[in-house]
Ligand binder design. Structure first.
Ligand code: SAH
Ligand code: SF4
Ligand code: F3S
Length: 445
């Protein structure tokens, strides 16, 4: 059997796509740990920020000497940088054999056949407006996976002015509900207990297709699957967060009480320039409504600092929004210019050192809030889906609360808790996790 070395950068959608590629290669290739032992190297790339793209170029560059030593080695670049760069990639890195855009990863087997016949390099980056990812079911090989991702839609139509995604992933297209349900049933049959439904903007699921359920309806259909215990989804665009979907948090038991709701900025003026389609007040109003419907809900968010034209006052509006909402966690980034994105033409760019200083202030503020929220868990009993032993502390088990907090906990050694739903008493906090003690099993693995 040949060996494939696959590395994934970027969002969960890329992780999902990487799983599909492995499923397509099954029977011919087995995954390996290092590029040195591989017959096929695949790098699934992200171009959402400048730094992400840079990482790809430097990593792929390093395979040059491997290819020189073993010309039969196949080097492939897939995903969003592949789409963005296309032919340019093989010109800059002539040792690359294969370039596969996100819509073309399903053509991997036929591409490898072509390469076998000596046709190289191959650049497959055609995009179709109506592209639907085909149904490729995963065989987990008895791997005992507890949770999995399932893509429910592809692409994005929002064109936020800083963002490359609509250009590299194409237009928004929803997958047929029957494919989604079949895929989840197949995963659950193999022992998966939690699924995360994925899309750049899941809230607009089904809107463009006649006869499709809405996203809130789809959630309710997924919740009917027996032996599936937990459902999550990401990402939600605030402008499309409907009343019906907010109600689902109160009404659908399996839906976990956590929502990732990227706000990007707390300044209405900047939000307008970002083309986000909501104001600071709209966002805060949705948060109030959500918390009224589902009081314990945990919220997380993404923030961009130093967007072109962001003044000190705009930035302080973001800080005050963080104080007001009190997110459990945020992911914050310095603005960077991206190809095709409109904001790259904005002339009032914020200097690098100002961006860096603002990022630090955001980190400090959020670290305090996260710590306060974590401390509030001490003494509480939480439900945890156990993923297995902790990677850093193998004597502890690890899993997540319904609110998506990582919990590391001690339990009697003889218990095999992987895949079980358990109650844990929280005793302490770490920087990014909670610490606790096993109380009892709610549902067995
Ligand atoms: N679809 C999701 C997010 C996709 S990208 C959404 O609508 O929110 C993930 C995050 O990367 C974004 O939320 C944003 O915070 C960040 N990001 C995207 N483009 C960026 C850029 N040009 N510079 C800095 N951060 C960026
Ligand atoms: Fe990018 Fe905006 Fe689409 Fe998210 S919603 S992927 S930030 S364009
Ligand atoms: Fe990155 Fe592409 Fe995802 S740019 S964030 S891998 S959609």
């Amino acid at each position: 059997m040949k060996k494939v070395y696959l590395r994934t950068f970027g969002c969960q959608m890329n992780e999902y796509d990487s799983e599909r590629m492995l499923a397509l290669l099954k029977g011919e290739y087995i995954p390996c740990e290092t590029p040195e032992e591989a017959d096929l190297i695949l790098i699934n790339t992200c171009s959402v920020r400048e730094k992400a793209e840079y990482k790809v170029y430097s990593l792929v560059g390093r395979f040059k000497h491997l290819k020189a030593r073993r010309p039969e080695l196949v080097v492939g670049v897939c995903g969003c940088v592949a789409q963005q760069e296309g032919e340019k990639l093989v010109k800059r890195l002539p040792h690359v054999d294969l370039v596969l855009g996100p819509q073309n990863i399903y053509r991997l087997p036929e591409a490898l056949e072509e390469l076998q016949k000596g046709r190289r390099p191959l650049v497959l980056t055609e995009m179709r407006r109506d592209f639907k990812p085909p149904l490729v079911l995963s065989d987990l090989d008895g791997k005992r996976l507890v949770k999995a991702y399932v893509t429910i839609m592809q692409g994005c139509d929002n064109f936020c002015s800083y963002c490359v995604v609509p250009y590299v992933r194409g237009r928004e297209v929803s997958r047929p509900p029957e494919d989604i349900l079949r895929e989840i049933e197949c995963l659950v049959h193999q022992g998966v207990r939690e699924v995360t439904l994925l899309g750049q903007n899941v809230n607009s699921y089904g809107k463009k297709e006649a006869g499709y359920p809405s996203f809130a309806e789809l959630l309710r259909m997924v919740a009917e699957i027996p032996e599936l215990w937990r459902i999550r989804f990401t990402t939600s665009h605030p402008k499309d967060l409907s009343e019906d979907l907010m109600r689902a948090f109160a009404e659908v038991d399996k839906l976990c009480e956590h929502l990732h709701l990227p706000v990007q900025s707390g300044s209405t003026r900047i939000l307008k320039r970002m083309n986000r389609g909501y104001s600071r007040e709209d966002y805060l109003e949705k948060v109030r409504r959500l918390r009224a419907l589902c009081p314990g809900i945990a919220l997380t968010s993404d923030i961009i600092v130093g967007f072109p034209g962001e003044t000190e006052e705009d930035f302080e509006a973001t800080l005050s929004l963080l104080e007001e909402v009190r997110f459990d966690e945020i992911f914050s980034f310095k603005y960077s210019d991206r190809p095709y994105a409109r904001a790259r033409e904005f002339t009032d760019k914020v200097p690098e050192e100002v961006k860096a200083a603002r990022l630090e202030r955001i980190h400090a503020l959020q670290a305090r809030i996260t710590e306060e929220i974590n401390r509030s868990y001490i003494g509480k009993t939480v439900e945890v889906l156990v993923e297995g032993p902790s990677e850093t502390r193998p004597e502890l088990f690890t899993g997540r609360t319904r609110t998506n907090h990582v919990v590391n906990f001690s339990a009697p050694r003889e218990l095999d808790l992987k895949g079980a739903l358990v109650y844990v008493l929280i005793k302490d906090t770490g920087k990014h996790s909670l610490r606790g003690e096993y109380l009892e099993t709610v549902k067995g693995p």
